[in-house]
Write a protein that binds this ligand. Structure first.
Ligand SMILES: [Zn+2]
Length: 338
């Protein structure tokens, strides 16, 4: 559109659409014209919390594009700019370094870091939360060792190996609905502080959501309490907190980061565990090429099914809770639970 046409269009624009005619840096973010609190969430589960708790009083944008994988997020300069005018930003410190850096640069008014509520577990602490570059993590699963690994001496090597993942904790807290409930309470309290006019609504919504999430956690635990198979093989190691909650053991084909790929030795090891543990299903996920999982399943003569790590909303008709319920169904089927 030429400048002249744009100017004409803007002259004709009503007050409601006028913001589109101002410079790009002010058209994105900031208190919107309809009086809603503008909230930026760094990836889908946090967007879900913001939308459920904020309801009609917030306008929520996700920094991770819909259907994209949040681990290796890169932000456009425009997205970085938009943070400075957002009323609130919700993120998980240490998970997406581009977001950490942008928040530091732009200093948004209200910054909500859910990591305290998420109670992250240090990577390498146990079999369900292996460190990224350890291929022998499942040895621990088999021997039951829970030795903590010292990460300090391998810091340089680690950074080299995976520059965008400087977190030494397992980030995937949202796959434990109890941790999500704790994050909901935190987000409710912080939104109430940021927008005191609607504080009561935010707190009430957060309370109701936390109750729903705790009920979902109870369902997860109850339905997986009678499983004959106790080990589940996943595409990437996203389900450690779910495994902890249910007492199951996760074996990830890729590590905590979905981009890490397994060595042939590691694949042989996973196949061995799958045989020993009576695994019936290799789980895949929408945002990872299922080829490795499919080959593994074919070699073992077993099936594949989807277990969604809910890192993005891959199906617009299914929100966090609906997807988690699908995950519970997939697990109970694969693990032969009564
Ligand atoms: Zn992940």
């Amino acid at each position: 559109m030429s400048k002249r046409i744009l100017a004409a269009a803007c002259a004709a624009a009503t007050a409601l659409t006028l913001s589109a005619c101002i410079s790009p840096s002010t058209s994105n973010g900031g208190s919107s014209k309809d009086g809603k609190l503008t909230v930026m969430a760094s990836f889908y589960p946090l967007q879900y919390l913001a939308e459920k708790i904020g309801g009609e009083h917030v306008s929520v944008t996700s920094l991770t594009p819909e259907g994209a994988e949040p681990h290796d997020l890169e932000l456009s300069p425009k997205m970085v700019d938009s943070l400075s005018s957002a009323d609130a930003v919700i993120y998980l410190a240490g998970f997406q370094s581009a977001v950490d850096e942008a928040i530091e640069q732009q200093a948004p008014k209200t910054v909500i870091d859910v990591s305290s509520a998420a109670k992250l577990v240090e990577a390498g602490t146990d079999a369900n939360h292996p460190s990224e570059d350890e291929e022998d993590a499942t040895d621990e699963a088999q021997s039951g060792e829970t030795e903590a690994h010292d990460h300090d001496h391998e810091g340089a090597d680690h950074a080299d190996h995976d520059h965008h993942h400087d977190m030494s904790a397992d980030p995937h807290f949202w796959l434990d609905p109890t941790r999500m409930a704790n994050a909901a309470t935190l987000v409710g309290d912080k939104l109430a502080e940021a927008d005191s006019a609607h504080a009561d609504t935010y707190k009430a919504n957060a309370k109701a959501l936390a109750e729903d999430l705790n009920a979902l956690s109870d369902t997860l635990v109850t339905k997986t309490s009678t499983c004959k198979v106790k080990t589940f093989v996943t595409a990437h190691t996203a389900f450690g907190y779910l495994a902890d909650r249910t007492g199951l053991t996760q074996v990830g084909i890729s590590g905590l980061d979905p981009e890490s790929s397994p060595s042939p030795a590691r694949l042989a090891e996973i196949a061995q565990i799958a045989k020993e543990q009576g695994v019936t299903t290799i789980f895949t996920e929408a945002l990872i090429d299922p080829k490795v999982a499919q080959t593994l399943a074919d070699d073992l003569g077993i099936t594949t099914a989807v277990l969604d790590p809910i890192e993005s909303q891959t199906d617009a008709s299914k929100d966090y809770a609906a997807t988690m319920n699908s995950n519970i169904d997939a697990l109970t089927k694969a693990l032969d639970c009564q």
